[in-house]
Design a protein around this ligand. Structure first.
Ligand SMILES: [Zn+2]
Length: 220
């Protein structure tokens, strides 16, 4: 019935009303002659609430590769040993030989990973680092850290995940091994060059970032 009423309610097409035109819907009541991929996508996609961890992953000083691997880690979508088991592949932890290589083990319950995390994070967590994944992520989401610490903490978190995952893959595919100290030094070097590349000295707001980075190493 509703359909019939709907059809009857429409105006009968008439040539006096002019020729038909193709219009694209930009917003629910906004039709325009030009097509917009962005507004079409926005209308087609499912609108989900912003995840509370998104501010840990996406922020102006981020590095896309780090953000992507960390995002996969948060979604537990990295192909860890425990996920590969479903395909008949048995992969234990390549750092400590723990049989069940899970996301939570790699970040940072594994003794090797935890040593790397402790070294990289310095004194910025303000409390002793915890090897528990949920605890670490929750702390980064909720803890009110000072501005510089929060930028650096999230960089440390994502860079550590990225490089641990890279080290894990180097061991798996290329038999290349770095000690936890070597890996931590690499991550520290990378973070330092990221801070410098932000041209912090030209940006009043970011000028304290490099000082805070060095002090977080010394006090530790
Ligand atoms: Zn391990």
């Amino acid at each position: 019935m509703e359909v019939i009423q709907g059809i009857q309610g429409l105006k009968v097409p008439s040539s006096e009303a002019g020729i038909d035109k193709v219009m694209w819907r930009h917003y629910p009541d906004d039709f325009r002659p030009e097509y917009s991929a962005a507004s079409t996508w926005d209308q087609l996609r499912t609108h989900a609430a912003t995840k509370e961890w998104s501010k840990v992953i996406w922020f102006p000083q981020t590095v896309p590769q780090f953000a992507f691997i960390s995002w996969l880690a948060i979604k537990d979508r990295l192909t860890t040993g425990s996920r590969m088991r479903a395909w008949g592949d048995n992969q234990s932890c390549l750092f400590c030989r723990e049989p069940d290589e899970t996301r939570d083990h790699l970040f940072f319950a594994c003794p090797y990973s935890f040593m790397v995390w402790i070294e990289v994070v310095g004194d910025m967590l303000r409390t002793e680092p915890d090897p528990d994944w949920d605890d670490t992520l929750q702390r980064l989401i909720t803890h009110p850290y000072p501005r510089y610490d929060y930028i650096l903490l999230r960089l440390c978190f994502k860079a550590t995940i990225y490089y641990l995952w890279g080290e894990r893959n180097e061991r798996r595919h290329n038999n290349l091994y770095r000690t936890h100290s070597q890996l931590a030094r690499t991550i520290e070097r990378v973070i330092r060059s990221i801070i410098v590349s932000l041209r912090y000295y030209e940006n009043k707001k970011l000028r304290g970032l490099i000082q805070r980075w060095f002090s977080s190493r010394q006090n530790h």
